[in-house]
Design a protein. Structure first.
Ligand code: G4P
Length: 549
């Protein structure tokens, strides 16, 4: 396989224009629903992902996609690090058909896998499912991801999971969503029976009741049957009247569905269920099809929308290295924004103006990959040999376009990195430059610390591991980290930097990628103390700063 894109480019033949293509692109785009699940670890994201695919008949039994604990049999061999730790740091992109739609579900890696890529995935979706554990409600990682959704104007559907086991009250959970993140809940379904004693779900708009009968382990579909009101009222003398009272209250406070508010990010449709037993999963798929927006024209950097049926354009939202060590391979995940993608077409890389061939286009389903022949707005294509591409880059055909860059997110982990071997300093510096420019990690520098000891700043600690791994394996520059006791970053300016210079537990560093001055603090209390002491100093939050809530 050639690693030289330009060499491949010269062999491709341009397709003749097809007059029917714009109409086809629009039709196909309308069928797409591209979304991610935002949640805190253990809320049930993997279980829900599998259940969605199961209910859409994409897989035969749960456990095939992620291979979580207990069912974990398959691990990716893309990086030795992954193998060592038994984790998958590579976002899976699932595509499956449901009703007349094509659903693209993008994974947002969490837990130990949490990294800046997790946030970047949200640059590629049109909607998000906010998954809450019925016993826990809103949790920190969900809040951070929600902040990114809000900043990007991504509409959010809420799924309250684990209703098959004891948890909080439904009304209390809705109240928490409204009070904490200011999103007005609009229940689509309502549970009959408290968490742990779920009898079924009422469809809020019609009053219809569906009873669920659990199947062993949730590995196959739960049976659902429509039951007449009189029958359920007689069978559930305790839970049915309560559910009716709650629904009456919701009607009174005007919690009905309002599409405009949903799309504007002011309100969230809420569904209840249990991913493990399949309850409410098909209803969630229906909600995605019926409520979630299909791809829309995306604004370019100048604010001009690129029409869906314009020539091809795509946004690189993630670049995965080390998927095939023998080839020093990079796979770029590209969200198609306009036009019809056809494998083999030659695109232009907006950042460099150079041609980029797409002979090796793939889709990634869990850990399986297959060749993609064509794709439409909303779809995700994996491009191999993508050494020149960076997250946030634009690829286009014909009419030039460049989408806005994906912002760097608020780092919460900081460490000094030093070459472990004085003889490999040149390689070390080259490696750090490369990883910085790829967006693997943020590199912060200051005159005080010098070139030999830059500060690495990350959203999740996994990013440090990736850096050390790549430095040693790719650049032959073993390095070591010295963690720094900072956890909060704020943007400041030259005047702020001067005023902060003599404060303790604060340091001002320059982010190399964009020259931004970041003031880093040991914790939020220290930040608040400094803010009170120096009220004139600029200390602006960076994107996704909910850690400071
Ligand atoms: P994550 O990807 O969000 O981290 O969560 P994951 O799906 O791995 O689910 C975390 C745990 O919660 C798992 O249990 C899973 O079975 C359980 N779970 C997910 N959805 C539901 C649900 O609707 N009801 C109930 N009762 N449990 C649910 P585990 O014991 O940690 O792992 P496993 O051995 O079952 O895989």
């Amino acid at each position: 396989m050639s690693t030289d894109q330009t060499a491949v480019a010269s062999t491709a033949t341009p397709r003749p224009p097809d007059a029917a293509e714009p109409a086809r692109v629009s039709t196909e785009a309308q069928r797409r629903r591209t979304f991610a699940v935002i949640s805190h670890p253990d809320a049930g994201k993997s279980t829900l992902t599998e259940a969605l695919a199961l209910y859409a008949e994409r897989i035969d039994s749960a456990g095939a996609v992620h291979g979580k604990a207990g069912r974990r049999g398959v691990t990716s061999d893309w990086m030795e690090m992954e193998r060592r730790r038994g984790i998958s740091i590579t976002s899976a992109v699932l595509q499956f058909g449901y009703r007349d739609c094509v659903i693209n579900l993008l994974d947002t890696p969490g837990h130990a896998d949490f990294s800046e890529d997790t946030y970047r995935v949200l640059a590629a979706v049109d909607a998000a499912v906010m998954l809450l554990d019925a016993a826990k409600g809103l949790e920190p990682q969900t809040l951070k991801l929600f902040d990114v959704c809000r900043a990007r104007g991504i509409p959010v559907i809420t799924f309250v999971n684990k209703w098959d086991r004891p948890g909080r009250e439904a009304l209390e959970l809705l109240d928490e969503v409204e009070q904490t993140i200011g999103l007005r809940p609009m229940p689509v379904t309502w549970p009959v029976g408290v968490a742990g004693e779920l009898r079924g779900l009422i469809e809020c708009a019609t009053g219809e009741f569906t009873r669920f009968t659990r199947t062993a382990g949730g590995a196959t579909r739960a049976t659902a049957e429509l039951v007449a009101e009189a029958e359920v009222a007689a069978a559930e003398p305790e839970f049915w009247p309560t559910a009716q009272d709650e629904l009456a209250l919701l009607t009174e406070i005007g919690a009905g569905f309002d599409e405009k508010d949903f799309l504007a990010g002011l309100a969230t449709p809420v569904l209840f269920g249990a991913a493990l037993t399949g309850v409410g999963v098909a209803r969630l798929l229906d909600a995605l099809v019926e409520l979630a927006p299909s791809p829309d024209a995306r604004d370019d950097a100048a604010g001009t929308p690129r029409a869906l049926d314009a020539p091809l354009s795509g946004l690189v939202f993630k670049v995965q290295a080390g998927m095939d060590r023998a080839h020093r391979d990079r796979m770029a995940f590209v969200r198609i924004c306009s036009g019809r993608f056809e494998r083999g077409m030659v695109l232009t890389h907006a950042a460099t103006g150079r041609p980029f061939a797409t002979k090796y286009a793939q889709s990634v389903f869990g850990q399986q990959r297959s060749t993609v022949e064509e794709a439409f707005p909303g779809d995700i294509v994996g491009l191999v040999n993508a050494g020149a591409l960076r997250p946030g880059d634009t690829l286009y055909a014909a009419d030039p376009v460049e989408f806005p860059a994906i912002p760097s997110f608020a780092p919460e982990h900081f460490a000094v990195v030093r070459g472990a071997d004085a003889g490999t300093f040149k390689q070390f510096r080259r490696g750090i430059d490369q990883l910085d420019s790829e967006g693997v990690i943020q590199v912060l520098v200051s005159d005080r610390r010098g070139d030999q000891a830059p500060v690495l700043a990350a959203v999740g600690p996994l990013q440090f591991e990736v850096v050390l791994d790549r430095l040693v394996n790719e650049f032959r520059a073993p390095a070591r980290l010295e963690p720094l006791g900072y956890s909060v970053a704020r943007r400041t300016d030259a005047d702020g930097a001067a005023q902060l210079a003599d404060q303790s537990e604060v340091e001002v560093l320059t982010r190399r990628s964009d020259g931004a001055l970041l003031a880093v603090f040991s914790n939020k209390w220290r930040l608040e103390t400094v803010r009170r002491k120096l009220p004139d100093v600029t200390l602006d939050p960076l994107p996704a700063g909910s850690a400071l809530r």
